[in-house]
Design a protein around this ligand. Sequence first.
Ligand SMILES: C[S@@+](CC[C@H](N)C(=O)[O-])C[C@H]1O[C@@H](n2cnc3c(N)ncnc32)[C@H](O)[C@@H]1O
Ligand code: SF4
Length: 373
Amino acid sequence: MAESAYIHIPFCAHKCDFCDFAAFAGLDDLALEYCQVVAAEIKERNRSKPNAAPLRTLFYGGGTPGYIAPSTLKVVHDAVREEIGLIDGAEVTLETTPKSVTAEKAEQWLSMGINRISIGVESMQDHELQAMGREHKREECIAGINAARLGGYENIAFDLMYGLPEQTLESWQETLESLLALKPKHLSAYGLTIAQNSPLLLRYPKDSPSYPNEDTFVQMYETLVSTCAAYGLEQYEIANFAIPGYESRHNLTYWRNHPYLAFGVSAHRYVDGVRSSNFRSLKHYMRDYLGDETREEIDHLLRMKEGIMLGLRLRKGIDLEEFTRTYNVNIEERYAQQLHELSAGNFIELEGKFLRLSQKGVLVSNTVLTEFI
Ligand SMILES: C[S@@+](CC[C@H](N)C(=O)[O-])C[C@H]1O[C@@H](n2cnc3c(N)ncnc32)[C@H](O)[C@@H]1O
Ligand code: SF4
């Protein structure tokens, strides 16, 4: 039974040039109606399948859930509380841009029970922020973080990106140092991925020398890992770091291959052995909020393979005993040949009952993981 839920709030103050999410600027007038639709979706999905467990984790992602009025977001939050419920001490996260945070809003989020906020800082260099089409500057990142603290938050996570146009190894190091000095509890850092037709490509085509080259990109990742360690943030997933005890419980649900509910435009769920997603078009979703844009039955073999791919993202790795109990498969027997080759190449290591990527394997994780497909 799912004990986690993702809710997508697609409104943004500004559409960033690199962003391929269902995120829309200039549609603020629709926010209340949208939240009423999401509340209806929660009600109807839950009533057609009662007994959903009270949630252990709830994640408001986007888009920028922090951008809309807290009283509007509360329409959705009340529906979650009334229809599904939250356990005492549930982790409730809200994503926001730095510019959308004010101390007053933070107080309202806190009083609603949102106890963790995730701020999209992306870079601490003004020229990089401008190059990638962000709306804020370094000073506004700092102001947003201070406002969140003033409003009562201590559980604050930051998002960063690397591989950006105009970014150098030195500027990345400076971004990391200056941000980590602000003592986040959690940091996620992803390499920039550029979707086809991304407006960013008009200014910075894929072959532009403004992007860091492949070697620099790898060095950026190594710098990320070593700088986080120096500031006491433990790497617990390929791209995620936390002060021990502050790991994202919600994202751990995904990496442990556990089921989760999802509501809102473009939201993806994994329930009762089926992965499905809502419509990505806002208009289409609001007209047909129970319709599927995609739907895939996950049979036992696929579930087991996904369990490996997701589990190896965790730095702790896969607990082989638990894996056998869950999937009824002994990885060491089933993948003997692959494991032999990967450990001979030093890409994978077995420590006690845990199978994990080595530091070398992490750098080429996509290639290593395909061995298990
Ligand atoms: C929904 S956004 C976070 C909240 C808020 N909308 C913001 O941008 O600050 C989620 C995160 O995904 C990451 N992200 C978005 N587009 C990306 C891309 N094309 N490549 C890599 N990371 C991306 C960014 O780090 C971003 O903070
Ligand atoms: S603010 Fe966040 S969600 Fe909105 S367009 Fe920018 S990156 Fe995408």
